[in-house]
Ligand binder design. Structure first.
Ligand SMILES: [Zn+2]
Length: 168
């Protein structure tokens, strides 16, 4: 198995901005690659601290719901002892799919930041906008395009590697 060719980012702890938290999510995507999982990483932030983090684990868990966001959301709720995550921010390297977008709404995540958008399956503006459902009583604030280039490059490289392995 080819080790992930991308290098981890070491952001300064002096400035905890969107780039800081997305860097951590990106590093988790590298961990996902090295575990032979689709390289997507997510962190949940509460009061400027990372309270949970995860990468995709659908293959290792044989669980189609084991997306990075789902795991990070579940862990954050357990940690806070509250299923309502209004005060939390989710950082994820790829725009959430229908399931994960739904989870950000049912868990009432306050803000969602993602890297690359997904015009095919992304449900926070890419394909459709679940966070803008007219009658929904929770609408997360969504910001896309944070560190889009590396988040996109690592996924493209991963699938390219997979295709070359299949054809080899
Ligand atoms: Zn998902």
């Amino acid at each position: 198995m080819l080790a992930c060719p991308f290098e981890k980012i070491h952001p300064s702890f002096l400035k905890k901005d969107a780039l800081f938290f997305m860097s951590h999510a990106f590093n988790l995507a590298i961990d996902a690659w090295n575990a032979d999982e689709v390289p997507v990483g997510a962190v949940m932030v509460h009061q400027q601290e990372i309270i949970s983090s995860a990468h995709n684990q659908t293959r290792s868990q044989t669980d189609p719901t084991a997306h990075a966001e789902m795991i990070a959301i579940t862990m954050a709720a357990k940690k806070l002892g509250d299923w309502r995550l209004n005060e939390c921010e989710l950082y994820v390297t790829k725009e959430p799919c229908p399931m994960c977008s739904g989870a950000t709404i049912t868990s009432r995540v306050g803000k969602v930041f993602f890297g690359l958008s997904d015009p095919k399956m992304g449900c926070l503006g890419g394909a459709i906008s679940l966070h803008k459902l007219e009658k929904s009583n929770h609408k997360p604030e969504v910001t896309g395009g944070i560190m889009k280039e590396p988040c996109e490059a690592i996924i493209q490289a991963f699938f390219q590697k997979q295709r070359s392995q299949v054809s080899a």
